[in-house]
Design a protein around this ligand. Sequence first.
Ligand code: HEM
Length: 499
Amino acid sequence: MFLSIILLLSVSCWVLIYLIGRNNENYWRKRGVKFHNKHKVAGIFGEVFTSDKPIFKVAENIYKQYCDEPAVGLGGFLTPTLLVRDETNLQHIFQTDFQSFNHRGVETSKGDLLADNLLFMRGNRWKLMRQSMTPMFTSAKLKKMFYIMDKSGKDFISYLKHNPERLNGNAYDSLTTFCCAAIGASVFGVVSESVFESPFLKVARRVVKQTFRNNLKAAILNFSPWLAKTLNIKLFSNYEDFFIGAVKRMIRQREKEHGQSHDFVDICVNLQKNGTLKDRETGLVLVPTDELLSGQAFFFFLAGVEPSATALMACLLQLGKHPDHLEKLHKEIDMVHDKLNGKLTFESVMEMEYLDKVLCESVRILPPVGLLVRQCVKNTVLPTGNIKIDEGTKIFAPVYAMHNDPKYFPNPDVFDPERFASESTYNGHMYMPFGKGNRLCIGNRFAQLQVKTGLIYFLRNFTVKTIIDGDEFKYNKKQGQVRPCNADVKFIPRKITGL
Ligand code: HEM
């Protein structure tokens, strides 16, 4: 009897899987879209699970396999899922028809306080929160914040000099320490050197660790909001006491000090002083509670550590492989240093042309976020191929594949910062290391300033050498971000005077 039940259940499961797969395939075939047959049910996630490739590499394989198609249908359990490869369609999704694609497609649970942040918010709540946070990232604000980055850069060099074991191997780990100091100080105003041993960094590392549990939670939140709700899945509940507690303490302290540190805590104090946030168009009101503001701070903090350190690592990996470009950048940095007597300014960082080109080209080849996601919130049609898109459809944009496609970036494997000599020398529509459209990374300019300041201090004091195991970069399937797992950077002290 027991065996018969097991047998019946397994047969039902297989029939269900078969029917879902067939349904996914027919769904796209009926719309005239080619369907990627591998893993008809779980799609791209199924392929990641059963191969040794990370998600952006799986997406690249599909992108290359269907080179004449504007888009490819994928399995997505019960969610119609499409990998879009055509330039006009991508522009349509990110910019022209933003109203139909303004959601990122992850539904978080109501009580998941730290997940209630800009990345996951949707609709008018997202719009209002984005408007309220934008003032933190204006040029004027970044200029005022520059002293924080500058101090983090100087402190980090002195930290490296006192901890020479940090110079040989595990460069990424050292870079996260610098990024944590810079974002930590900008968000919370923490400016003591102790940030290099910060408990915040431990939290940031734990949160982004790809464990089976974290991946399962993310998969359920991605593909079954119903199940996520039923199981009350929370992404970050373990960190609430620590993080919200810290933000609360800092806001209360700043209220007493009446100081102007030009950091995130200042913004929080001002938002709370002004009362509620209100969207004039829709009348929507949000109360800037400590919890809501902690959610924003939490994501700024995560974003300021991992992706920023990955971008810095991308630059150093390329420079350590290309001594001619490294020498050119060293010259630019030394020239600015000498001109300013070692006193770096916001303006001088922004004016360093070669530094800018090196960063642009490094995150072209290795964009930290290799795959972007949107979800359709209103039935619409994609122009190339006249593809009907229903509300709820998930869209993948394979950024890593696009950035390395010779159609858009000739000789994509060649590290050539001069591609970015001007806006007319590269394809801006297909270049999106910070995303595109209204949901573009809000910390885009902050991150660039952070990475550039870090590079200036590192390269003023060290030269770098890339060590690769093998001929080309390899990636670990567990890594969400585009960061080679077989390469490291060695820091070699330069003979210079002053920082
Ligand atoms: C080099 C470092 C960084 C990279 C490569 C990066 C990249 C990205 C990308 C690709 C997105 C998705 C954009 C889209 O879907 O169109 C994003 C979103 C976001 N990033 Fe960043 N980011 C970086 C650093 C930062 C920093 C330092 C902050 C905050 C201080 C930040 C805050 C955000 C936020 C809040 C969002 C969600 C925006 C929204 O949906 O409105 N990022 N980032």
